[in-house]
Design a protein around this ligand. Structure first.
Ligand SMILES: Nc1ncnc2c1ncn2[C@@H]1O[C@H](COP(=O)(O)OP(=O)(O)OP(=O)(O)O)[C@@H](O)[C@H]1O
Ligand SMILES: [Mg+2]
Length: 418
């Protein structure tokens, strides 16, 4: 048995205990590594299975992102996990665990390129490029920042910070952050496409609505135009032809017995046919009766009063010129009422028309001494046209009729302030 001197024995003991502690330390670090890689696998697993598949199933991205940040904090035992999202030319703190407020970081194109091309980086990098991220993260904490991008576009950054085992954070976090940043990038990119698609759909829907509305307006305008032509034919040309037919009947009755009267009537007939032609031409151009547009209500209605048989009396002093829609509404209403009197009040009835401006209103009144409205007489288009015309310019119509006192048609139209 070899003899060991005390010094040799002490050396063996020291070496032995060193070897033992080395074995123990090795065992410990292997356990820590296993724990770390288990956590890392768990985190990556979460990203690959849970986050990715739920993103494919189009679950609300906002909730998923919140889960990502919270899960990241849990898996890596972090003190802070944050997601900053690019909005226009700013980087905004979107989700923070624990919650906190932070001012946005302005992204110059240069800074965007720097972040886009960076790998997962640490505190010195953040200190240089995005110092705003360091607020609420003391110097002693480890920090990792991962850019989130897709298709060459910076979309966000993930930030992790931890105070215990601060020096180990890079080893534990970078692989996970890298993978997570890729998946979050795809998610954010798709969400951006979805938003753009939604905006396009929304725009298309709006345009379809506008198109439908404009089609409805076109149809309405075409209808209104057709009604306008109908009204103008009825109130204009038809009135001339009516008068022509009344006079032709008179010519027929007078015959050759009174040559002078017949010639006078024939002369009037020629004039009225000429006037009808002029009006027809004007209507074809969408123009109102030429005399109305050139000389106004008084002159145009004076001519209309002379035209009807028997001629009507006119009282219209102190009238001015009015907006074209007011003049045409009043003119055509008066002409229709005059024609109604000529048609329905009988050949011996006295007919008069008066117009006046009172306050800010233009009033007219056509009265005849005929038999009044007869029960059971069918209604034509004339009265409805009058109401439509006056209604369109804010006016109104009232009719009083009785066998004893004949018929009075009253209408009024508000005049514009100036
Ligand atoms: N001054 C009047 N005296 C007696 N009855 C009238 C008078 N004005 C209108 N009427 C009656 O009211 C009805 C409706 O008048 P309206 O002007 O709407 O139609 P119309 O003159 O018969 O036909 P249209 O004007 O379409 O050529 C007339 O048919 C007539 O019976
Ligand atoms: Mg009529």
């Amino acid at each position: 048995v070899p003899r060991l001197d005390p010094v040799g024995l002490a050396l063996v003991v020291v070496l032995g205990s060193l070897a033992l502690s080395a074995v123990a330390a090795g065992a410990l670090s292997a356990r820590a590594r296993r724990r770390r890689s288990a956590a890392s696998l768990q985190a990556i697993d979460f990203v690959r299975t849970s986050f990715t598949s739920r993103m494919v199933r189009a679950e609300p991205l906002e909730a998923l992102l919140r889960e990502v940040v919270e899960a990241l904090r849990d898996f890596l035992s972090l003190d802070a996990a944050e997601l900053w999202i690019v909005e226009g030319s700013q980087l905004r703190l979107h989700i923070a665990d624990p919650p906190r407020e932070a001012p946005p970081v302005t992204l110059s194109p240069g800074l965007e390129t720097v972040i886009l091309n960076a790998r997962v980086s640490g505190r010195p990098w953040a200190q240089t490029w995005i110092p705003g991220l360091l607020a609420s993260k003391p110097d002693a904490w480890g920090l990792r920042v991962a850019p989130v991008s897709h298709a060459g576009k910076l979309l966000a950054i993930l930030v992790t910070a931890r105070h215990h085992r601060a020096d180990r954070l890079a080893d534990e976090a970078d692989e996970i952050l890298d993978e997570l940043a890729r998946e979050v990038g795809v998610g954010l990119y798709r969400a951006g496409l979805d938003r753009a698609l939604q905006a396009t759909l929304e725009q298309l829907r709006r345009q379809a609505g506008e198109l439908q509305a404009s089609r409805a307006r076109l149809v309405a305008a075409a209808d209104a135009e057709r009604r306008r032509i109908e009204r103008n034919l009825h109130d204009g040309i038809q009135q001339y032809l009516l008068s022509v037919s009344v006079k032709a009947r008179l010519v027929e009755r007078v015959g050759t017995s009174d040559r002078e009267a017949t010639n006078k009537l024939l002369g009037e007939l020629v004039d009225e046919i000429q006037s009808a032609l002029v009006e027809l031409r004007a209507l074809g151009h969408g123009i109102y009766p030429p005399l109305l547009s050139s000389s106004g209500l008084r002159d145009a209605l004076s001519a209309a009063c002379r035209r009807v048989t028997p001629p009507a009396e006119l009282e219209a002093d102190g009238l001015g010129r009015y907006p074209v829609e007011v003049e045409s509404a009043v003119y055509f209403c008066c002409v229709e009422a005059l024609q109604n009197a000529a048609k329905h009040a009988g050949p011996v009835a006295r007919v008069s028309l008066s117009l006046r401006e009172i306050g800010k209103r233009l009033q007219f009144e056509i009265s005849d001494s005929g038999p009044g409205f007869q029960v059971g007489q069918g209604a034509g288009a004339g009265l409805a046209n009058m109401r439509d015309r006056l209604g369109a310019v804010g006016g109104s119509l009232a009719i009083e009729s009785s066998p004893a006192r004949g018929t009075v048609v009253r209408g009024e139209v508000p005049l514009p302030a100036s």
